[in-house]
Write a protein of this length. Structure first.
Length: 760
């Protein structure tokens, strides 16, 4: 592929500056940055009005991450964080990508903008259409847009020639109806962002404790004796989690952090809402910082488990033997295997010393209520499912699940990604769902599995897909193997994006393309039956309502629900279901959800309470799997050894982005100003390669004999284990080979890319 592909974001031209990484997170500077963002991109009175309703009872759910809100007291000055404000500002911006914007800029022109500039062009105001061979998007009437979609869907030889993607911001109501429409149309091709995110957690947890979601509630974090945080950067990606960690510390809890990077938010937190805390300098978080190598977690966990096994054998009382006996199976096989593990190899794999292993073992030995939190640092690896199963082994040994202050805490990403899955956004929903859906909608829901994200890309690349439809998201930039994904999208006859803001997926399109603009979470949604609210499920399985407060930015916008209803009406016109009724009154959707999805009894009543309700969670009640037992598993130790000129590269988020939406060009906590094409590298590795700060390099990845490259990245010396590198997502995505995926979950292994560095 050439170096100038339009589907790869160009570099911003500003000069990059590097300073020492921060040792503390949040504090007054975060408040300052929030106010700055509001002032720059929004009208201030509107910004303040919206910020006071964010995450409040009766207000709207922050469109950022899925962290839960406190059930009791919520801060009256603002139940949000710096990055929540950035998410709000991004949606409620005063900038507009209106028809004259699209008239002025051809698709080619827009592709020359960086992702940051493209996003800052503002909210999309009208439905837009790119005709075959045309250079510019032009406005189109909604009716014509639906007719075009219908025409293309009808021209498919089979419903499986269409793919329907979902990003995780979509509400329960919209996701449920969308899933129903796609099944009524006749396919299960419902890839979603979760396939690239916590799919490994879902696979590992379903297999071991019988539910693919976490088991803890917010108050459990406050009460835990010990919280182990692996592969997660909450200071940036879930900042309100730091409040929970602060409470835990105040209650005498301990925190172990396992991460190749010493992320500021894991080390020290200054709560911006407590003046006393600001003056006193805040609270230290990590009691033990474990600097594993990238994907060294399996080695680390096995080293710990081996030592616990030895101590138990010596007669120390480490395991919760009653729990193991009553609630688990597979302990013998697990125990045999861990007793024979090569401990020295575990140390080499993890990069951790025997002394530090002993200190962590001591903490685990002393404490009974343990929570493990994790995110992408564990899931996006070839062995991601196995590593998470090993985390579960540790919790099971200590009986640390299904009791207060203990359990599994996969920290979810998008604000409703968990709800979307509950609602049926999955390419392989179980038979019971299909049966109930078929009855509720008078259809014959197709049973054969559909494509997940990676399979969709491959099918598009192989010309097996004619229509690609996306409910939100930025498929091109979020997906692995950017060049292959771009080709796949370009192979389609029609690509359709329901979006709020312009993104690169609009610019790398099928023969024809549509952008359908929708209302966002922050906006008032009025329909025939009056003002509507929607509902979402947070990271801890709590379902609550969300009601917008700002006037929609354009009268031409539709809600995602309206778009699904009107499209369904057009495409399934002959069916005997009245789809339009759902758009008039969202209570009617919730009634259907109650019919189809377990746990939503009296949905319309219970959702109208202040804090909503928790979904049933068998693991929380110690009712595990079909046999009733939780499963110990035997997982192989990793083998991550490389040749001396090779490195393991992880892709991660800066402090100034929301996935592919770039809020700004800085990464404050890591000391980066004005730079996204960055490679973080250990100083000794830089010396070995003859590299100085901000020298330019090309990076080449090698996978199954194929070479992929990214060009002209700047090297930054950083405290990262030797042999490991880090770069930002999505700039480094062209390096992630489409077949470089996690076993079982098929999640792209975007945290372990084997690369070589070429100095230029
Ligand atoms: N502001 C903001 N909030 C967000 C998002 C955002 O982009 N911006 N994205 C949302 C989404 S969709 C998600 S999924 C979450 C993502 O939240 P995170 O998972 O926290 O996001 P990443 O930046 O991918 O960070 C991964 C962390 O794992 C570490 N890591 C990488 N590889 C390894 C490894 O092999 N082992 C260990 N132990 N650690 C490793 C990295 O150093 C980094 O600290 O955040 C959500 N919230
Ligand atoms: N290399 C690498 N790749 C990764 C990751 C990684 O860590 N490394 N992380 C992966 C993860 S965890 C995830 S979740 C995916 C994210 O993948 P996606 O969810 O596909 O990507 P986002 O960047 O969150 O999508 C942003 C777009 O959503 C649209 N949007 C925003 N709000 C709304 C709304 O309310 N409604 C609608 N309809 N549209 C809206 C806007 O147009 C915006 O441009 O990326 C994955 N890709
Ligand atoms: Mo995610």
């Amino acid at each position: 592929m050439s170096k100038n592909n339009t589907h790869r974001a160009p570099q911003s031209s500003q000069e990059t500056k590097v300073s020492a990484p921060k040792k503390k997170a949040v504090g007054l500077e975060a408040v300052q940055k929030s106010i700055q963002q509001m002032g720059r991109y929004m009208d201030m009175p509107k910004a303040l009005k919206a910020s006071l309703k964010m995450n409040q009872k009766g207000g709207f759910d922050c469109p950022g991450c899925a962290w839960p809100d406190p059930e009791d007291e919520r801060s009256s000055i603002g139940e949000y964080c710096e990055n929540g404000i950035k998410a709000l500002v991004e949606e409620a911006t005063k900038n507009r990508a209106n028809p004259s914007f699209f008239e002025k800029h051809s698709v080619q022109d827009l592709a020359a903008l960086s992702d940051f500039e493209l996003g800052k062009s503002g909210r999309i105001t009208h439905p837009m259409y790119l005709a075959k061979g045309a250079s510019h998007y032009r406005p189109i009437e909604w009716k014509q847009a639906y007719a075009l979609i219908n025409q293309h869907l009808k021209s498919c030889d089979s419903p499986d020639e269409a793919v329907f993607y979902t990003s995780g911001r979509t509400s329960n109501e919209a996701a449920f109806l969308y899933g129903a429409f796609v099944r009524a149309f006749g396919t299960n091709n419902l890839p979603d962002c979760s396939n690239m995110c916590h799919e490994s957690s879902g696979s590992a947890l379903s297999n071991t404790v019988g539910i693919g979601k976490g088991s803890v509630k917010l108050e459990d974090l406050h009460q835990a004796d010990l919280i182990i945080i692996l592969g997660q950067n909450p200071g940036t990606n879930h900042p309100r989690m730091l409040n929970a960690l602060e409470k835990n510390k105040m209650n005498g809890g301990k925190i172990v952090v396992v991460n190749p990077l010493k992320e500021a938010g894991l080390m020290h937190y200054t709560n911006p809402q407590k003046p006393f805390k600001i003056l006193s300098g805040g609270v230290s978080l990590a009691d033990e910082y474990v600097q594993v190598k990238v994907n060294g977690d399996m080695g680390f966990l096995k080293a710990i488990l081996y030592k616990l096994h030895q101590l138990e054998k010596k007669g120390e009382d480490i395991y919760d033997k009653d729990f193991i006996k009553e609630y688990t199976e597979g302990f013998e096989a697990y125990s045999d295997q861990i007793g024979q593990i090569d401990y020295e190899k575990c140390l080499i794999e993890s990069g951790i010393t025997d002394e530090q292993i002993d200190r962590v073992v001591h903490l685990i030995q002393q404490n009974k209520k343990i929570i493990a939190c994790w995110a992408m640092g564990l899931t996006q690896h070839k062995n991601g499912v196995a590593t998470i199963q090993e985390v579960v082994n540790l919790l099971l040994l200590k009986g640390s699940i299904g009791k207060p202050g203990a359990g599994t805490c996969p920290v979810r990403g998008h604000s409703n990604v968990q709800g979307d899955r509950t609602m049926g956004i999955w390419e392989k929903m179980p038979e019971a769902y299909h049966q109930r859906l078929s009855k509720a909608f008078n259809i014959d829901s197709p049973r054969h599995h559909g494509y997940d994200t990676v399979e969709s890309i491959k099918a598009m690349y192989e010309n097996k897909v004619k229509v690609f439809f996306a409910m939100g998201g930025n498929f091109l930039s979020a997906a692995p193997d950017t060049d292959i994904t771009a080709q796949g999208l370009q192979n389609c006859d029609l690509t359709v994006h329901v979006s709020t803001k312009p993104n690169r997926s609009h610019l790398v399109h099928g023969s024809e393309a549509l952008i359908l603009p929708c209302r966002g979470r922050t906006e008032i949604d009025e329909q025939k039956s009056g003002y509507q609210f929607v509902s979402v499920e947070n990271s801890m399985g709590q379902v609550h309502s969300s009601k917008g407060v700002l006037p929609p930015i354009s009268e031409h916008l539709k809600s995602e629900i309206n778009i699904v209803c009107e499209m369904a009406d057009e495409v399934l016109g002959t069916s005997d279901m009245d789809w339009l009724q759902f758009g008039d009154d969202y209570d009617k959707i919730r009634d259907k959800i109650e019919e189809v999805i377990p746990g939503f009894d009296q949905y319309n009543q219970r959702i109208r309470t202040d804090t909503g309700f928790y979904l049933p969670n068998p693991a929380r009640d110690r009712s595990f799997t079909k046999t009733g037992k939780a499963k110990f598993t035997v997982n192989a130790l990793t083998d991550n050894q490389l040749e001396s000129h090779q490195y393991t590269l992880m892709t991660l988020r800066s402090h100034d982005q929301y996935n592919t939406t770039i809020y700004g060009l800085d990464d404050r906590y890591r000391g980066i100003k004005n730079g996204r094409k960055i490679i973080f590298m250990n100083m000794s590795d830089m010396q070995k390669q003859g590299l100085g700060e901000l020298d330019l390099v090309h990076v080449h990845s090698y996978f199954q004999g194929e070479k992929r490259s990214i060009y002209s990245f700047k090297v930054v010396p950083y405290d990262i284990p030797s042999g490991c590198l880090a770069a930002y997502f999505p700039e480094a995505n062209p390096l992630v080979a489409i077949n470089n995926v996690a076993d079982i979950s098929n999640t792209p292994a975007s945290k372990r890319i084997i690369v070589e560095i070429e100095k230029i």
